[in-house]
Ligand binder design. Structure first.
Ligand SMILES: NC(=O)c1ccc[n+]([C@@H]2O[C@H](COP(=O)([O-])OP(=O)(O)OC[C@H]3O[C@@H](n4cnc5c(N)ncnc54)[C@H](OP(=O)(O)O)[C@@H]3O)[C@@H](O)[C@H]2O)c1
Length: 281
């Protein structure tokens, strides 16, 4: 029996659905559970988590916090109930750096969580995904309103990854042998700038979309005004993009295909799968 945290989110929702498709018993955890197979639990409330963990063998752990602080106490609870954890971490984690050496906030907190899991005595697998294709939903309001997507750092390159592919690897790691003590670095099959992503979305939706470049300050003002991101996260996001501009080219991996037997889905496929959400239909 498997507990899937983050089951109301992009990746966890897919993990739960794919486990059920494979006929595997699994429960999804949410602070506001809705639908069958969902139970009420909060990673910030260990008593509620313990209730969810009763009778479970393994956990898909999605980390919703911007700090690793809750992890030591959480590990103690996990050790009482389960033997295996598959952690959704981040491609921002770099093997050659200790957690505190990561200059990027996201990489640092995920690296700390990974380290605590590796030292926990639990059987573990870590997934380090590249940028989620689902981030393109941040543009959905603009795409519904017109033919222009305005944003900063249009030349930033990303290997957009379909959540169904991350989930498919997670399902293998949760249910097959051979994934213990492994870090799976996952990417989509192609590298696209943000300008190119908008072009692909337009082509897939049959709309003449174009990118409008904003300066960092213009983007910062918009993000703070429209409330789409927590204020504390706006500079983290923009600093992350600025840094990505200077990074070495992204190395694509074949992990999705190696683990699941099918190639990673393209960004175009992701757009087609999410056309209704993009267009508000
Ligand atoms: N976006 C990217 O490009 C990217 C790339 C690499 C890694 N990541 C990592 O992927 C993770 C995000 O995954 P996602 O996109 O699947 O999530 P998501 O769609 O943003 O959903 C967030 C999930 O977190 C859950 N959650 C929030 N607070 C919680 C709490 N206190 N206890 C339990 N659950 C809580 C929510 O559940 P309820 O509200 O229902 O409780 C929801 O299911 C983050 O760790 C992020 O750093 C993201």
């Amino acid at each position: 029996m498997i507990l899937v945290t983050g089951a109301s989110g992009n990746v966890g929702g897919q993990v739960l659905a794919q486990l059920h498709e494979d006929g595997i018993h699994a429960r999804g955890m949410s602070r506001v559970p809705a639908g069958p197979w969902m139970v009420a639990g909060d990673l910030a409330d260990l008593r509620s988590l313990e209730e969810c963990l009763r009778g479970m063998d393994a956990v898909f752990l999605m980390w919703p916090f911007h700090t690793a602080e809750p992890m030591p106490a959480l590990v103690k609870v996990l050790r009482k109930h389960v033997s295996r954890v598959v952690l959704l971490s981040s491609g921002a984690v770099q093997d050659e750096l200790a957690p505190e050496q990561h200059d990027n906030h996201v990489g640092r907190s995920h690296a700390e969580v990974e380290l605590l899991l590796r030292e926990s005595g639990l059987a573990w697998t870590v997934l380090r995904p590249s940028t989620f294709a689902a981030n393109a939903l941040w543009w959905a309001d603009q795409i519904r309103a017109g033919d222009t997507v305005a944003g900063p750092y249009g030349q930033v390159r990303m290997a957009m990854l379909h959540e169904a592919d991350i989930a498919a690897v997670a399902v293998r790691a949760l249910t097959e042998e051979g994934h213990d003590r492994r870090c799976h670095r996952l990417t989509g099959p192609q590298v696209l700038t943000q300008v190119e992503q908008v072009r692909v979305i337009g082509e897939a939706l049959g709309r003449p979309l174009r990118w409008q470049e904003l300066t960092r300050e213009e983007a910062r003002r918009r993000l703070l005004a429209d409330g789409s991101f927590p204020d504390a996260f706006v500079d983290v996001l923009l600093d992350g993009y600025a840094k990505m501009l200077d990074e070495p080219p992204i190395e694509l991996t074949d992990t999705v295909e190696r683990v699941t037997g099918r190639p990673a889905r393209t960004f175009r496929q992701w757009v087609l799968d999410h056309a209704c959400e993009m267009l508000g239909g």
